[in-house]
Design a protein around this ligand. Structure first.
Ligand code: UDP
Length: 316
């Protein structure tokens, strides 16, 4: 297959490039590099089945030749990023999805949208099944991301129903692993970097809010299976192992042997979801998928990467 991956130089996009190349496909990665980095795909330079195009997916896309699939993964994805880049976040979810769908229609390619557990907002149903419509504040600081992704899902279904485009939607829950940006402000890079530097871990709020973290290889496997399945409606891909942020901080400190502890700070925004846990019954049923990597195992694979990254930058 010849596959276009938007956001291909980002955290998830670059892991997907690796997977599709390993499976023998041809990959075109597109990224405007506002939050992605060519560092993530540098090892693919010169690969005969890999091309990188620096382009903003919200503008008209021209790709020469056939395409079999488009994976739309371009978007700022951490709360800090979308607080700093609110308009770009809205544009890539709305205009970018429109352009990528238009290209899929033109090329008769299958289209897969990277959606998010954020469509569930601060959920009133726990754990969250795909049938839950969510509890999102459209005008809150996180609304730019949540609503852009909700619009993107609506646009994807409209192209499917109206234009007959073959579409897939994955709702991605918190994912971590090597190549996450050190400074993207999310809890995983923040805590690991703080712990490796021997600093206190900054917990926002009282640390009782929960998240369910999946390791990146599980996400990639889920996306790969979804693309080749027949499921048009959204599918949650996430690890149901749920931890409070305080528990998560304790695990990071334990694995890095950081004895300094934690400090409590004000919540970043009042819309910070209190709980989040995927119901993955559907993924199990239609994809035969379930996560393989536990939080601790995933952290043991991730911490060394962050250590090297900090050393490379002369920060350790
Ligand atoms: N968080 C924290 N300390 C940090 C960064 C984040 O306590 O240094 C909390 C944050 O308030 C949220 C959770 O960790 O409740 C997960 O935040 P993240 O930015 O990773 O992503 P989110 O799941 O909120 O989109």
């Amino acid at each position: 297959m010849r596959v276009l991956i938007t956001g291909g130089a980002g955290f998830l996009g670059s892991h997907l490039c690796d997977r599709f190349l390993t499976e023998g496909h041809t990959v075109i990665a597109m990224d405007n590099l506002i939050t992605g980095s060519t560092d993530n795909i540098a090892h693919l330079a010169g690969h005969e089945r890999f091309t990188f195009i620096k382009h903003d997916v919200t503008n008209y896309i021209f790709i020469d030749g056939p395409l079999d699939a488009i994976l739309h993964f371009a978007s700022p994805a951490s709360p800090i990023d979308y607080l700093e880049l609110p308009i770009q976040t809205l544009k890539v979810g709305a205009l970018g999805t429109h352009k990528a769908l238009g290209l899929a229609r033109d090329k008769q390619a299958r289209f897969l949208l990277a959606s998010t557990s954020e469509v569930y907002g601060d959920p009133q149903v726990h754990p969250q099944p795909e049938s839950y419509y969510g509890y999102v504040n459209p005008i809150g600081p996180r609304g730019v991301y949540d609503e852009a992704k909700r619009f993107a899902e609506a646009m994807t279904m409209a192209y499917h129903r109206y234009h007959g485009v073959d579409t897939r939607i994955v709702r991605i829950f918190n994912t971590f692993g090597p190549k996450m940006r050190l400074r993207d402000g999310r809890v995983v890079p923040n805590f690991i970097a703080q712990a490796l530097r021997g600093e206190v871990l900054t917990i926002y709020g009282d640390g009782s809010q929960t998240r369910s973290f999946q390791y990146v290889s599980d996400l990639v496997e889920g996306v790969y299976r979804l693309l080749f399945s027949n499921e048009v409606e959204p599918v949650n891909i996430g690890n149901p192992g749920e931890f409070t942020i305080k528990e998560f901080a304790e695990i990071v400190n334990e694995l890095t042997q950081n004895s300094v502890g934690m400090v409590y700070k004000d919540l970043r925004t009042k819309d910070d979801p209190q709980v989040r846990q995927p119901d993955i019954s559907k993924a199990r049923q239609v994809l035969g998928w379930a996560p393989n990597v536990s939080l601790r195992e995933g952290l043991k694979l991730t911490i060394p990467w962050f250590r090297e990254e900090l050393q490379r930058r002369g920060e350790l």
